[in-house]
Design a protein around this ligand. Structure first.
Ligand code: FEO
Length: 165
């Protein structure tokens, strides 16, 4: 079983993960419209990964005989800035997700709920990777100064080279 507090927090986290998926899909659509297929492909893979994060929380609720309650997903922005500005947004967003997961972890610790703590270990590790990936791309974009040739190089050889998962 799960306390009402943790059940509510995990259901809210499902919504945050699905919103992340929607946000990255909106960014993919932006990059597709800008003829940057590598950036768009990276964002589509990221959107799929976020959906799987939401599903991981969903499955956990059933594993512990709790219940899923889905709420509406907010609309993502419809316009975006430069690739550099977009990756600043990605990094800020991932930091918020990390903070949210950390809050659930603290709540699980306070409630002496080790199974939820253990489940969250996977997400804590995943967030380290998520922030690092966003930071690495942001660093490269800063290095290129949003120069069109630099952006095209990153599109083809870095973001476009990302494989699924
Ligand atoms: Fe599911 Fe990017 O955090």
């Amino acid at each position: 079983m799960l306390s009402d507090t943790l059940k509510k927090a995990i259901n809210e986290q499902i919504n945050k993960e699905f919103y992340s998926s929607y946000l990255y899909l909106a960014m993919a659509a932006h990059f597709d419209a800008q003829a940057l297929p590598g950036f768009a492909s990276w964002m589509k893979l990221q959107a799929a990964e976020e959906w799987s994060h939401g599903m991981k929380f969903y499955e956990y609720l059933y594993e512990v005989s709790s219940s899923v309650s889905l709420s509406s997903i907010a609309a993502p922005p419809s316009s975006f800035g430069t690739p550099g500005e977009i990756f600043e947004q990605v990094l800020a967003h991932e930091r918020e997700v990390t903070a949210s997961i950390n809050r659930i972890y603290e709540a699980a610790k306070a409630e002496k709920d080790p199974k939820t703590e253990l489940m969250l270990h996977w997400f804590i590790t995943e967030q380290v990777e998520e922030e690092k990936n966003a930071q690495d791309i942001l660093d490269k974009l800063r290095m290129s100064g949003n120069n069109p040739f630099g952006v095209m190089f990153l599109d083809q050889h870095v973001l476009g080279a990302r494989k699924g998962g």
